[in-house]
Design a protein. Structure first.
Length: 255
């Protein structure tokens, strides 16, 4: 059996059973346990499963954080549309927080066209994108560098808490529900966003339709903490009523 055939069968068994074990796969596929481990390692790198001691489990969408490269290629057109709409709510003289999400990175490309805007961010990609722009001022919060190409950790959080304030914040998250609010799957990024939320006036939540109803295991903030939601999603009556109750402005973007 070729490697691709083995890996396809591994994914089939994973889907059927909810978990796979190296020893059982070895017998099922007729290969050594070392070969099975190599197959699992390759599938994990492709973000098809998550290895555990002795086997593997499916990627749990509520807790697994997609790699930067994979997130960059997900819903690109929609994220760019949300970014272009978001920039319309920034004016000369504004100081804004941008988180390290893909959508705010697309915002940074649009911000090159603006004048006299100060950007405070934990995103290394945004810093690099705007570093040579004379028309905007970029402030990096510093801290520990994450695999997400962002600054995180206690130093970064305390730097925001003690030193930086903004008129507006633009951010995204793992998901959002009517009852639980805005949710994350990355605790380190969550801490940064929470400090930004505390130190700004107007909060703009960038939310493509894939995030509506999606669960993350860390609560970032209640829905009531935001002022605006920018989305292309067609919200049902319950969602619209909930947002109206909380006096949240719905900014609709054409898909």
């Amino acid at each position: 059996m070729f490697a691709l055939e083995r890996q396809k069968r591994i994914l089939e068994l994973l889907n059927e059973n909810g978990a796979v074990w190296v020893s059982r796969l070895s017998g099922e596929l007729g290969v050594t346990e070392e070969t099975v481990r190599r197959d699992l390692e390759k599938l994990e790198k492709q973000e098809m499963l998550m290895r555990t001691h002795g086997g593997a489990v499916p990627i749990d969408d509520s807790t697994y954080e997609l790699s930067l490269e994979k997130r960059k290629s997900t819903n690109v057109d929609i994220k760019m549309s949300l970014a272009k709409e978001a920039v319309k709510y920034i004016s000369p003289g504004d100081t804004i927080f941008l988180d390290a999400s893909t959508t705010t990175f697309y915002m940074s490309k649009e911000l090159k066209k603006m004048q006299n805007v100060t950007i405070i961010t934990n995103s290394i990609r945004i810093v690099n994108e705007l570093a040579n722009q004379e028309n905007v001022r970029v402030i990096s919060i510093g801290g520990k560098v994450s695999q997400n190409q962002s600054f995180v950790g206690s130093l970064a959080e305390s730097n925001i808490q003690d030193n930086y304030f903004a008129s507006k914040m633009f951010f995204s998250s793992k998901g959002v529900t009517k009852d639980a609010g805005i949710l994350e799957s990355n605790e380190m990024e969550c801490g940064i966003k929470q400090q930004m939320l505390k130190n700004c006036k107007q909060k703009y939540y960038l939310c493509d339709k894939s995030k509506i109803g999606r669960i993350g295991f860390v609560k970032l903030a209640p829905l009531s903490s935001i002022n605006h939601i920018i989305t292309e999603a067609v919200l049902d009556e319950k969602w619209q009523r909930r947002l109206e109750e909380l006096n949240i402005d719905i900014i609709k973007v054409d898909a």
